[in-house]
Ligand binder design. Structure first.
Ligand SMILES: NC(=O)c1ccc[n+]([C@@H]2O[C@H](COP(=O)([O-])OP(=O)(O)OC[C@H]3O[C@@H](n4cnc5c(N)ncnc54)[C@H](O)[C@@H]3O)[C@@H](O)[C@H]2O)c1
Ligand SMILES: [Zn+2]
Length: 241
């Protein structure tokens, strides 16, 4: 890695697993026997907003107690060692924001935030860090409309400015790290193909081989809270020689 290297990390639920937040498709990813795909959809919310808000109340409780782990911290440290590091995250937990990044790098949150809600009637969006909300007291807007979590659900479009920003970062990456994501949810999953087409070296950090295809230049199998700190150590050692 040259000092000017531009590194982009695409992260998913796996990077927050060691912080106590279960991944969607892994063990503990079910809520009352329901899959995320049964809860995180506009149809599920239209049918049964109380159950969807109950699930979000449970997730907010988990995330409020969670702290960044060694993998989040390693990305911060890497951002101090390379020319520039940006993060494209599918996570809504805000843990990358807690460690922050050095230099000019930024964090693109593709799927929104657990701490924001949006009115289903007038579209007003507000930050809300309160406990819950728990049914039957569902949150309402001043216009009387029902509030929903301001996250991107299955079957919904990502915000075009976030997509554009993530695409631009991906096209300029020299090194593209794919961390803790099953890499199956598009369009996020398409970024690793784009990165490789544009000449980036793509490395996957996952418990198992998740992303497939010739674009993966290196696969580092293991928990990212161990493998990313090892990467940082290796970069540091190279700097010293
Ligand atoms: N809007 C919603 O509420 C909702 C719900 C479900 C999924 N989704 C979206 O789908 C996206 C894609 O899912 P995803 O890929 O983030 O999560 P995922 O649960 O599909 O995959 C998690 C990945 O992390 C890996 N992993 C687990 N523990 C790890 C560890 N300690 N170190 C390294 N890797 C580890 C697993 O092997 C797996 O490949 C989600 O991020 C999410 O935004 C959204
Ligand atoms: Zn409103």
């Amino acid at each position: 890695m040259t000092p000017q290297a531009r590194v982009v990390a695409l992260t998913g639920a796996g990077i927050s697993a060691a912080s106590g937040i279960p991944t969607f498709r892994g063990k503990g990813g079910l809520y009352k026997n329901l899959h995320a795909q049964d809860l995180a959809t506009p149809e599920a919310f239209a049918r049964d907003p109380a159950t969807v808000w109950e699930w979000y109340g449970w997730r907010r409780d988990l995330v409020r107690r969670a702290r960044p782990n060694a993998a989040h911290r390693a990305l911060r440290e890497l951002s101090e060692l390379v020319g520039r590091l940006d993060i494209i995250t599918q996570n809504v937990d805000g843990l990358h924001e807690q460690t922050g990044l050095a230099g000019e790098g930024g964090i693109v949150r593709l799927h929104g935030s657990l701490w924001r809600m949006r009115c289903t009637r007038c579209g007003r969006e507000v930050e809300d860090r309160s406990a819950g909300p728990y049914p039957p007291d569902l949150p309402h807007c001043s216009c009387g409309g029902l509030m929903r979590p301001a996250v991107v659900w299955f079957g919904e479009q990502l915000a075009s400015e976030d997509l554009d920003e993530a695409g631009a970062l991906t096209r300029h990456a020299d090194v593209f790290l794919v961390v803790g994501t099953s890499a199956v949810v598009y369009p996020a999953a398409g970024f690793l193909g784009l990165a490789s087409q544009q000449g980036a070296f793509v490395a996957e950090f996952n418990l198992e081989a998740a992303a497939s295809g010739p674009e993966i230049g290196l696969r580092v199998t293991g928990p990212s809270e161990e493998t990313l700190p090892a990467l940082v150590d290796a970069v540091r050692k190279r700097r010293k020689v």
